[in-house]
Design a protein around this ligand. Sequence first.
Ligand code: SAM
Length: 268
Amino acid sequence: MATASIQPFNEKAALVWSSGGYGYEIIAQQCLPGIVHAVDRLDPRPGEQVIDVGTGTGRAAREVAARGARSTGVDIAEGMLTAARAQTAQQGIDLRLAAAEALPFEDAAFDKAISTFGVMFSVQPHVAASELARVLRPGGRLAVTAWTPDSNAVLMRQELAPFAPPPPDPAPPAPWAWGTGKGLQEYLGADFDFEFETGVLHLRYPDANAFWHTFVDVFGPVKAVADSLDTDRREELAAALRRWADGFRSNCGVSIPCDYVLTVAHRK
Ligand SMILES: C[S@@+](CC[C@H](N)C(=O)[O-])C[C@H]1O[C@@H](n2cnc3c(N)ncnc32)[C@H](O)[C@@H]1O
């Protein structure tokens, strides 16, 4: 069992995700169909102990608690947890500052685990996967959602890349590996039997400008890059993301379909 501290390799990510703060709840709300999909497949039952890894503003942890299970959420980003605490005050959810790679819980402490677009961002996915296996009891169930490599949620980040600092060398494994059979086998194959199915959720905005303003205000990875730019370059980023979002214009506004994979795994 690890102590709850944020390791140096997670410090930058913790700051980036924290910067979204309360506002991230807007994005979590738009991702709700994928979150509810994962909770449905997890099937939390009254009295079960369930951990939500990378809980963010606590959206999945709240869905779990609403179904009567005892819900625990962990995240590396204090800014997200502050928002989660405000949202979950009435539900008795245990929220902790902790990383997927060092979960501060005893072996087999949980009946079920969930991670919605969370553990996929671990830069040490093998370690995170073995921590999930360690804290689940034998026969315990895990539900994970992750964007597929060709998901628009990933392609949006490709628009961001030319404006971002160069990635570390060597680069961490691509988060989208959690959205492929090969990556899932690599991470989960030793300790879990698993199946997966696909899903799609839609990010909807009145127009491309509203998309830009939401993401630059509340989505840490976009906000952090935008905040690092001078005024001209920031306007170029805004133009690039507006142009990209405008490609998803419908009769009623902008509607961006984002494909994901939902994995249901059983602890061997
Ligand atoms: C895209 S948000 C998803 C939040 C939430 N699960 C949801 O569905 O709304 C990703 C979350 O994972 C957290 N995260 C990233 N890397 C993590 C790690 N190594 N350990 C724990 N949490 C992590 C971030 O701080 C962030 O809150």
